[in-house]
Design a protein around this ligand. Structure first.
Ligand code: SAM
Length: 282
């Protein structure tokens, strides 16, 4: 079944009485070149299991199922169930779990469904939970090799910006702490039905499972980064002083002792600078 063919999709919708729910970020892919590329660049293949978030009509799910040993997809919208029963009928290696991904214990799901086999995450993420989903996968240190996701172009630029540049935000540092991000390719808004107001991009995060800092230092690292970027136009010492209850003079001295300009703004620090700072103030 051609799941990128508008006629086929409309027919499925009509027969199963489906209509889009905008608030669920339902922009379905209709460009036939995109899903095979996500599956290929996402590391799908023999011996690999894939976790998908948000099936839509199953356009990416089928590409994952063609290449991987097993696919488990989490989809919130139960009105897609009869459609998926039809579109995924030919695959015996796919399971759709109808649940909210933000309420799902993904570590448990992976352990139950995939055991200790190699897992990749591939998804065209609903735009309203892009960052929370990415952070959940990274922070909970899921046993996942890589995460290849379609996100809005602006989010892709921020996620893949180099730390220490103007484009970066708090999430840039978090993503770089847990993984190696790479912008794979851009996707124009016409590739979706309905067409969103912005273009998108596919990024891949190659996950680094080594634990770089003890728990307490790690918590301090993200506390400092979050505090800094809550007031990104100010010098870092200002929000840090409020967050840590220490004087600006003391913090300026700490920054200097670590070779960081005491007047630096949050985005001027490298990830290593933040790591050193977290270890020091902890
Ligand atoms: N993979 C399909 C495609 O590329 O055409 C659909 C992508 S669409 C951008 C996002 C999908 O995520 C929709 O099917 C939507 O119902 C689902 N979704 C939205 N919020 C979700 C949530 N909290 N948990 C699980 N799925 C969700």
């Amino acid at each position: 079944m051609e799941l990128t063919n508008i006629g086929v999709i409309r027919d499925l919708f009509e027969r199963h009485g489906f209509s889009f729910t905008k608030s669920l970020g339902q922009n379905f892919l209709i460009n036939p070149a995109i899903c095979p590329k996500i599956a290929e660049l996402g590391g799908c293949g023999e011996g690999i299991c894939a976790l998908e978030i948000g099936t839509g009509v199953g356009v990416l799910t089928t590409e994952l199922a063609r290449r991987c040993d097993k696919v488990v997809a989490v989809e919130i919208d139960t009105s897609l169930k009869p459609i998926l029963e039809e579109t995924l009928a030919e695959f015996d290696n796919v399971e759709v779990v109808f649940a909210d991904v933000m309420e799902t214990d993904l570590a448990k799901l992976i352990a139950e469904k995939f055991g200790d086999r190699e897992v990749v995450v591939c998804a065209n993420l609903p735009y309203y939970i892009t960052s929370p989903v990415i952070m959940r996968v990274l922070e909970s240190r899921l046993p996942v090799k890589a995460m290849t996701v379609m996100v809005q172009k602006e989010a892709a630029d921020r996620l893949c910006a180099a730390p220490g540049t103007r484009e970066c935000g708090a999430i840039t540092y978090a993503v770089n702490y847990y993984s190696k991000p790479k912008l794979l390719f851009r996707v124009n808004r016409g590739s979706f039905m309905p067409s969103p107001n912005v273009d998108s991009a596919v990024i891949r995060l190659d996950i680094d499972s080594t634990k770089k800092l003890p728990e307490a230092e790690e918590q301090m690292l993200f506390k400092i980064i979050r505090a800094g970027f809550s007031q990104r136009r100010k010098q870092l010492v200002n929000p840090l002083s409020a967050e840590l209850g220490r004087s600006k003079a003391e913090l300026a001295e700490t920054l200097s002792s670590l070779g960081i300009k005491p007047t630096a703004r949050p985005e001027e620090l490298s990830l290593d600078d933040y790591v050193k700072l977290a270890e020091c103030v902890k």
